[in-house]
Design a protein around this ligand. Sequence first.
Ligand code: G16
Length: 557
Amino acid sequence: MNDQQRSLLLDISSRFSPPKGVKLSYGTSGYREDAALLESTVYRVGILAALRSLKTRAVIGLMITASHNKISDNGVKVADPSGGMLTQDWEPFADSLANTPDSHSLVQLIDAFVKRENIPLDGEQDAKVFLGRDTRPSGFSLLEAAKQGVASIVSAIATDMGVVTTPQLHWMVRARNKGLEASENNYYNQLSSSFRCLLELTPQGSRPSGTNNKLIVDGADGVGGEKLENLKGMLSGLHIEVRNSGDGLLNEGVGADYVQKEKIVPRGFGPAEVGVRCASLDGDADRLVYFLVQPNSNKIELVDGDKIMALFALFIQEQLSILNKSEDGTVNRPHQTRLGIVQTAYANGASTDYLKQLGLQVAFTPTGVKHLHEKAAEYDIGIYFEANGHGTILFSETYLCALEDTNNDLLSSSKGSEKQKAASRLLSVSKLINQAVGDALSGLLLVEAILQHMGWSIHRWNELYHDLPSRQLKVKVADRSAVVTTNAETVAVKPSGIQEAINAEIAKYPQGRSFIRPSGTEDVVRVYAEASTQEGADGLANSVAKLVDNFLGSSSS
Ligand code: G16
């Protein structure tokens, strides 16, 4: 680092002091905190994003959002050149950067890291960072901090993409790095045109149509509702009504996290929606769940991320089996294509059994799309979903090239054949689904296209398998980092003795299963339990929550 670079960094960073007594760590989804504590962190993540851009010689994304958290929180995360999450190799540097106490130690830290990583700071190339934010009021001042962070690195350029969904920003980063136009319009065009292609390929008359084309969407009073309003005008064959698109309080009694965890009707929905297909987005529109309002009750029937995954898996498997059918039409070889499924410990046991019955390979990772995405990228086609509705489908570049070639061959030899249509459908899915990260808007259009393809109602879809009753709780403790887990979060290795105590509780319940993990986005320990009855799942979750409390002690706050 030369003198000019050093004095620029010292000068700007001296205006952003980290909050005293707060230790930040780059969690499941970047940094999340009370927004008032985040200015210096966002500033420093701006620096990190610029350095990452220089290192990779590509555009990097910086998104200011706290997704499903309450409105007073905010957060920041980084998108790598592929549009996926920041490489985990850089997370320790992110943590040191966020927690270093003053400007002098900050400069030393950056200097050492730049040397170690061979980051070209000679000014010959520009760093390029796309900035995005959700609708939180604190986003505007945090955006300024991010701009200052980028500006602290000589020859770094920040481009403000405005208020966008998290997946839109990830998509734009990926698009730009592939040499495509990284605009919101291009995003809408790609989604709407691939959706249209899929609808055009819907089998005619061969299947009973139980699909009603009306869908009501809860926008969580976040950015997703507004964006869906823009997108829906470009769609035909689907009637979408958006509720909670920004007039009410963000994530308060609305949104995918609330609907999935509480299983209660979100604000703005009621008896008039009984029997209607409904969906819910989260605050930054990277999660999607479907639901049905129950008659005479405030309860919903949840159709969660696991069921979305089951629908996607079934559809992809069907297309592969058509495409890979041998010439004499007798032998199905669907396993010519490596199709893999990735879940977390939150996946309902019934969903895993169902996927295995389909003959699919199911792998497990810890919570957080950064883990699932990495695993899914090992397959030709990898489908990953968290039960909370965060997930997508990845197609490897090699597989996509082969698929394009196959489709071109079929177009010249047997255009309109079943095989050619199957190839076209898979190509359309690869364009519709956001391959950078889970995206509620693209996921929603794929669900809708598949329901029309199958001729299914939401009821028929929901009947694919029956969830085991489950319950999720959160426990506020003095220090959540005291919980350390292993084995894709299914075993707690710390505090010592807690896993044995949990096992003893599990043994009391038929089909009992339970685990604990520290949240990466809220200051709580999460408890998950499932059992053969709802009473059992509730009882197990409550006893495990008590154990957490006994072993870790309640927080005073
Ligand atoms: C983020 C991640 C998700 C993850 C969730 C877990 O969601 O993107 O992959 O499932 O955190 O949160 P926790 O660690 O608190 O259980 P989001 O939608 O809040 O960005």
